[in-house]
Design a protein around this ligand. Sequence first.
Ligand code: 5AD
Ligand code: SF4
Length: 469
Amino acid sequence: MEHTTVISPEQIAAQLDCCQAVARLTAQWDAQPLAFVDTYGCQQNEADSERIRGFLAKMGFGFTDSEEQARIIVINTCAIREHAEQRVFGNVGALVHVKRRHPDTLICLCGCMAQQPHVAKKIRESYRHVDLVFGPHALWKFPEMVHGLLVQRGRTFSVDDEAGSIAEGIPVVRQDRVKAWVSIMYGCNNFCSYCIVPYVRGRERSRRPEDILAEVRQLVSEGYKDITLLGQNVNSYGKDLDEPLDFSDLLEQVNAIPGDFLIRFMTSHPKDATQKLFETMARCEKVAPVLHLPFQAGNDRVLKVMNRRHTREQYLEKIKALKALIPDIVLTSDIIVGFPGETTEEFEDTLRVLEEVRFDALFTFIFSPRQGTPAAEMDDPMPREEKLANFNRLTALQDQISEEKHAAYVGKTVRCLLDGLSDDERYDLTARTPGNRLVRVVGDPAALGQFRDVRITGANKWSLFGELV
Ligand code: 5AD
Ligand code: SF4
């Protein structure tokens, strides 16, 4: 395997110097400048935005939810489906008015959309109010780019195609005080035929275990209770490291960190989910009894054209092995409906997997062609109405299963993490079961951030309801 490019500590120190240089400039402005950071897409993007905020804080920026008040606007984008891209184009287009009213406001577009050449071209040509465009590979150079814009104006594009790198030591401003994301690896080597991620996030590369463990220890000492290890394909963690260490070994080491906290991880690819992983999950008391294991489609011909490299039977075997070790495991999955050439008969194999596995929840998507991926070039004869009808059958079946599974919690007492204040006035708090099911809870809001027993008193297809014991 090729060696990963590591950004040196000196290079990061130079970026922190740029932050200070910006801070000296911003200190001369009338009031503390504010930054608006908007994030689309997955948890990896949330984690990247926390780093962007970390850099911005070092540059002297405070934060605002208003584009009007911001001196810098950062839109961190997602390219996974067309719908997400359309929303970004709409919102970025509307910023032209903000720029007209406040010409000094810097407008930055980053993330997975920015890494696609045709998007960068479109922004360059048709969204001339955007000052800075950079892809995920260039995030570590954000301070240098902002500094450049402030001292010499003009526009900056940093969207070169690269395999990607690892950068340690970037400051972080986290959005939550109870739950935290920890990226353990970046990129993806799988090239599922519908997916843009390998093109925009580069090759798989793993952070060193000592860096990950140090970050988790720090989070635990700060009181974080729910830690999610992130990667596009966490099961292939470590393949590019010199030391012989795989994802299960890493989980074991994170589990050994003292403290009362839960460990989650996502996303896993079925082809790399091993018996060793399942045994490790069963043995490690801090690892939450939940697995997000996308299967995408239930038909072997479709799976093959998707380049998933597993069959329906292999998937079901793995689920069976996992349930044998952890009977109360909470299972979730991703499914694509309407992949090019999938017939309604083939789609019905997906329904059969649902009936057999009985997932607790699903993330369901209608196929969206992504420029540059093989699937975007495939014949796609099924009319949209038929795809929609299949999609509705899928969600109706899952709603029924989710409702039944949730109903089985009623009357039980479950140790939950109280992770937020409720926006529904009938409840005080939100909580998560160990399996990450949402619970709306009546009880003293002072318990926020604690693990507490919750008696489950009701349920519907989306969530559970309960009261603090
Ligand atoms: N169209 C629809 N859904 C997609 N996903 C990835 N690419 C596409 C696409 N082109 C879904 C997959 C993946 C999840 C993150 O998004 O189900 O697991
Ligand atoms: Fe995309 Fe497949 Fe990689 Fe997941 S495993 S990020 S679906 S290419």
